[in-house]
Design a protein around this ligand. Structure first.
Ligand code: KIV
Length: 262
C-alpha cells in the first residue's frame, strides 16, 4: 500500500518509527522503496553528492524537478518529498511557482529550509494544496550565515528559539518538521510540543522518523563521515540488503544510537 502523509501521521500517533532516505534516480528509487523505506527525499544534497559542488547553493528548481521525475518513475509506493532549493522560496510567488513544478514532477510534499519567518509561506502553500515539511536547525542553505556546518540549539537561548520556531511552523500548517543537527534534549522537547511528525538527521532517536543521504548510508561519500552517519552496507551482501538494514534499524530503535547523537 502506498505511503501517504496520513501514514506518517499515524506513526506519530502510534509511537512507531518511519524511515526516509534521499533518492535521485529511478534505479535507486526502486531499490529504496522496495526495501520498505517509507519516504524518499529528492534533497538539494544532490548538488554535493551528484554534481560535486561544495555546498547545496548552486542547485536549481529545474535540477530538483528533473530528479523528482526520475525518482517518481522508479518509486514502488514510498512518499516522495522534494526540496525547494536555495532562494526558490524567497518570495511567495517564487515558492508557489517552484512548488508547482516539483509537485507536477511527482512530489507528494515539498520541503523548505528556514525558521519562524517561513510561517506565511507555509500557510500559502497549504492553501494551494501543497503539503509542507519545514526543515529547522542546521539548514545547509544558510551555511554562509552559520559560518560552517554546526550543531544548532546548543545554548538555552538558541534552543528556546528553535522550540518556538518549530511550534510556530506547525501552527502555520507545516505537516512535517525536519530537524538537522540538534541536541537530542532539544529534539525531545520539540517532539513533545508538536502534534506533527518530526524527522531527524543528527537529531536523536526521539524523532518520529529518520533520514540519511543515501550515499552516506551506503558508505560511499568521500571524506570523514559526519557523527550522525552509519554505513549500513558494512556486513551486508547487497545494496538492497543495506537499505533493508537501515529501515529495520530505524524501526527497531537501534539507529540512531548514542554515538550518532549530539
Ligand atoms: O538535501 C538533503 O538531502 C537534506 C537532508 C540531508 C535532510 O536536506
Amino acid at each position: 500500500m502506498a505511503v501517504t502523509l496520513r501514514t506518517l501521521q499515524q506513526c506519530k500517533k502510534d509511537g512507531s518509527k518511519f524511515s526516509v532516505a534521499t533518492a535521485y534516480d529511478a534505479c535507486f528509487a526502486t531499490q529504496i522503496s522496495a526495501a520498505g523505506i517509507d519516504a524518499m527525499l529528492i534533497g538539494d544534497s544532490l548538488g554535493m553528492v551528484l554534481q560535486g559542488h561544495d555546498s547545496t547553493l548552486p542547485v536549481t528548481v529545474a535540477d530538483i524537478a528533473y530528479h523528482t521525475a526520475c525518482v517518481a518513475r522508479g518509486n514502488q509506493g514510498a512518499l516522495i518529498m522534494a526540496d525547494l532549493p536555495f532562494m526558490s522560496a524567497a518570495t511567495l510567488e517564487r515558492a508557489l511557482d517552484a512548488s508547482h513544478q516539483l509537485m507536477a514532477a511527482g512530489a507528494n510534499m515539498v520541503k523548505l529550509e528556514g525558521a519562524g519567518w517561513l510561517a506565511p509561506t507555509i500557510s500559502a502553500l497549504k492553501q494551494n494544496g501543497v503539503p509542507v515539511c519545514a526543515h529547522l536547525g542546521l539548514t545547509p542553505q544558510s551555511v554562509n550565515t552559520f559560518g560552517g556546518y554546526r550543531v544548532q540549539g546548543r545554548d538555552e537561548e538558541t534552543a528556546n528559539q528553535l522550540i518556538a520556531d518549530a511550534q510556530a511552523l506547525a501552527a502555520a500548517g507545516a505537516d512535517v518538521l525536519l530537524l538537522e543537527c540538534v541536541p537530542r534534549a532539544v529534539t525531545a522537547k520539540i517532539v513533545a510540543a508538536v502534534t506533527v511528525p518530526v524527522i531527524g538527521i543528527g537529531a536523536g532517536p526521539e524523532c518520529d522518523g529518520q533520514v540519511l543521504v543515501m550515499h552516506d548510508l551506503l558508505g560511499i561519500t568521500p571524506g570523514k563521515p559526519a557523527r550522525f552517519v552509519k554505513n549500513f552496507l558494512d556486513g551486508q551482501a547487497s545494496i538492497s540488503d543495506a537499505f533493508k538494514a537501515y529501515d529495520t534499524a530505524i524501526k527497531d530503535g537501534s539507529f540512531p544510537a548514542a554515538e550518532h547523537c549530539f
